[in-house]
Design a protein around this ligand. Structure first.
Ligand SMILES: [Zn+2]
Length: 298
């Protein structure tokens, strides 16, 4: 199993994520996670994966976890077609239709029952038969592409298998968190939450503005001290901070259903963030967040 797994992970690692001006391209990893979930639940029996088997669910996943959705919709067809550049993914088209990487194939062609994806035979067998193989691959994908705040939600949404070897130690730069928290005087930059529990500061994260998984550096200028709920709201794109005025912006798509929820999120719209002690967050990271994560409109 080890050799096949290594090869699969290397190929996943090589996936061309089509980074366009720093925009996170998460569709291919989402497509792979959906398939792993389907293997886990024994929904894939033969090595013929049809677009219609995954189209709807993949679209929903892209909307929920794929960064800021495109105005033209989630475009679940793109990862299905363009993953063909990976060795393990072979897109078979109806006779007479030519494969291209230059433009999207029509949805009609993708939905055609003669169109299907054939996975590398050995990888298909491992995905089908080995829970450990599925778990390691899913773990690798989730950690490579998403921040910690969101990993758990993806895993539970897709009921992905969990891999936890005994030697597992999450790679966390503790210094980064300390430096960032200190820069904000141990207060949430959005709401000012500041508490201790058993003599330790409590419920505060040193958050990356530009995601660590998207090459956001462990640098004070890429950090915000945020309480748990505001960290989560920030990573989900429900809140953002304007790069020039450092004012908080709340997505118009956020709807608090009662006064407390409105108070916790919506009421901060337009307010300035809490002052930082030494370093200002870098505009370019805040801009990245505004461009690619913050949900400004439908
Ligand atoms: Zn907060």
């Amino acid at each position: 199993m080890k050799a096949i797994l290594d090869e699969f992970l290397i190929q996943i690692d090589l996936i061309n994520v089509n980074i366009n001006g720093g925009k996170p391209a998460l569709k291919k990893p989402l497509c792979l996670l959906l398939l792993i979930s389907k293997f886990e639940h024994q929904l894939i029996k033969e090595n013929k994966i049809r677009f219609t088997d995954i189209e709807k669910e993949l679209g929903e996943l892209i909307i929920t976890f794929g960064g800021r959705p495109n105005k033209s919709g989630p475009k679940a067809n793109q990862p299905f077609q363009y993953m063909n550049s990976s060795k393990f993914w072979k897109l078979i088209l109806p006779s007479g239709v030519e494969m291209t990487h230059k433009r999207d194939l029509s949805i009609k062609i993708l939905r055609d029952q003669e169109t299907f994806v054939q996975l590398d035979g050995e990888i298909f067998e491992m995905l089908k038969t080995s829970k450990e193989f599925r778990a390691i691959a899913a773990d690798f994908i989730v950690k490579k592409w998403w921040p910690e705040t969101i990993q758990e939600e993806i895993i539970s949404t897709l009921s992905l298998p969990i891999y936890m070897p005994f030697s597992f130690k999450p790679q966390r730069n503790k210094e980064f968190a300390e430096i960032v928290l200190s820069n904000f005087r141990y207060r949430c930059a959005i709401c000012g939450f500041n508490a201790t529990f058993n003599k330790h500061h409590f419920g505060l994260d040193g958050a990356h503005i530009k995601w660590f998984s998207q090459n956001g550096p462990d640098h004070i200028k890429n950090g915000l001290a945020l309480c748990k709920i505001h960290h989560w709201a920030f990573d989900k794109g429900a809140m953002s901070i304007s790069p020039d005025k450092f004012t908080i912006e709340v997505s118009p798509l956020f709807i608090g259903r009662d006064s407390k929820s409105i108070e916790i999120i919506e009421s901060f719209n337009g307010r300035e963030i809490f002052p930082f002690k030494e370093e200002t967050p870098d505009e370019k990271y805040l801009k990245w967040h505004q461009d690619f994560i913050f949900l400004q409109q439908n």
